[in-house]
Design a binder for this molecule. Structure first.
Ligand code: UDP
Ligand code: MG
Length: 139
């Protein structure tokens, strides 16, 4: 995956609340192009695999339960400086600390149910994108 791409997923709380459309609108208005998108649901095992880096953290089991509790909308996005600009758009992990106007400030319920994921590096964007999209159509 080129370095102008990032990976995101709209998390179960935001999908359940009917906020997918509003969030996608914010993403597009911020200049990101959608390269791939689908709606799917993780099993607890698949969620555990996705978040394996957090295996030793106290919140890991709850996170896997939450992330498999309902449908999610994973996407691959394209923009110059995609990883960094997308982290800015979504805001801090804990919505209490997120800047005004960020996706998490607007839609997150808690530090766990925080509406959206954003890759933290080009390397992880590639790994996480491949986790959900085996073959990417070029539009
Ligand atoms: N998380 C949690 N409790 C914490 C920290 C994180 O439940 O104290 C959850 C939250 O959903 C977060 C995810 O675990 O988005 C991954 O954590 P990370 O530190 O990577 O935050 P992110 O990169 O998503 O901002
Ligand atoms: Mg992270």
């Amino acid at each position: 995956m080129p370095t102008n791409r990032t990976f995101t997923m709209i998390k179960p709380d935001a999908v359940q609340d009917g906020n997918s459309g509003a969030i996608i609108k914010m993403i597009e208005e911020a200049g990101f192009r959608i390269v791939a998108l689908k709606k799917t649901q993780l099993t607890p095992e698949r969620a555990g695999e996705f978040y394996a880096v957090h295996k030793e953290r106290p919140f890991y089991n709850d996170l896997c339960k939450y992330m498999s509790s309902g449908p999610i909308v994973p996407m691959i996005l394209e923009k110059d400086n995609a990883v960094t600009d997308f982290r800015t758009l979504i805001g801090a992990t804990n919505p209490a600390n997120a800047d005004e106007g960020t996706i998490r400030k607007l839609f997150a319920k808690s530090i766990e149910a925080n509406a959206i994921h954003g890759s933290d590096s080009d390397e992880n964007a590639e790994i996480e994108g491949s986790f959900f999209f085996a073959h990417i159509e070029q539009f």
